[in-house]
Design a protein. Structure first.
Length: 222
């Protein structure tokens, strides 16, 4: 009888430790995710006038609620028969994402989220080799508009998804609707592009990000 009880205790303890191990394997790592927007490397092949970079990061502060930050830089160089135009500047977006993937699949470690961002930028623009043809006043060449610093801000509403590739690497995309709040007016020359936003003459603009992320593990979620 004693031997049977000992065997029973051993079996029960084995099952207990096994169940604990299984639960531990299913636990999800909590950490900071950092990402690079891969689409920025493709833009120059589609639009040779623009190039830049963008990095992002997010962290879960409450269940399924993430704070997020994105920083980047964008430059524009446009040449035509009338002038050479250049602009460059950095931008920042701050906001939050809500992951509702758990409502669809409790076991999933992927993200299906909606997000809100506030974006702002400071940038300069200038023009050189200005050429004006006028039959009445004559032709004018060699003009220049000196560098002028501008600022702009906007809101973004987005929908996106992030899927696990291997280990702590994730691949994700997001589509954004950007709503312009304001931009500094230049009485001499209007900006051709706003870094991080798009064309300034549109009050709304669509943006797409396609990013590779790495989650820096800190601790396991309970």
């Amino acid at each position: 009888m004693a031997m049977k009880r000992i065997l029973r205790y051993i079996i029960n303890l084995t099952l207990l430790f096994t169940s604990i191990g299984v639960k531990a394997q299913k636990q999800e790592w909590q950490g900071i995710s950092v990402g690079a927007d891969l689409s920025r490397f493709v833009v120059p092949f589609i639009d040779s006038t623009r190039y830049g970079w963008e990095f992002s990061g997010d962290y879960e502060i409450l269940k399924d609620l993430f704070i997020a930050a994105e920083i980047g830089s964008e430059s524009t160089h446009l040449t035509n028969s009338n002038y050479d135009y250049s602009s460059s500047g950095g931008y920042t977006r701050l906001g939050a994402d809500y992951n509702f993937m758990k409502h669809l699949d409790e076991k999933s470690t992927d993200k299906l989220f909606v997000g809100l961002r506030y974006g702002f930028t400071t940038f300069y623009h200038e023009a050189d080799n200005i050429s004006i043809t006028d039959d009445n006043w004559g032709n004018y060449t060699g003009g220049k508009i000196e560098k002028n610093w501008l600022a702009a801000n906007w809101l973004e509403i987005g929908l996106g998804m992030r899927a696990k590739l291997i280990n702590n690497f994730y691949l994700g995309w997001s589509a954004r609707v950007r709503v312009k709040i304001g931009v500094t007016k230049d009485t001499v020359m209007a900006p051709y592009s706003i870094p991080g936003y798009g064309q300034p003459w549109n009050n709304t603009w669509m943006g797409i990000n396609y990013s590779l992320y790495y989650k820096i593990p800190i601790y396991k979620k309970k």
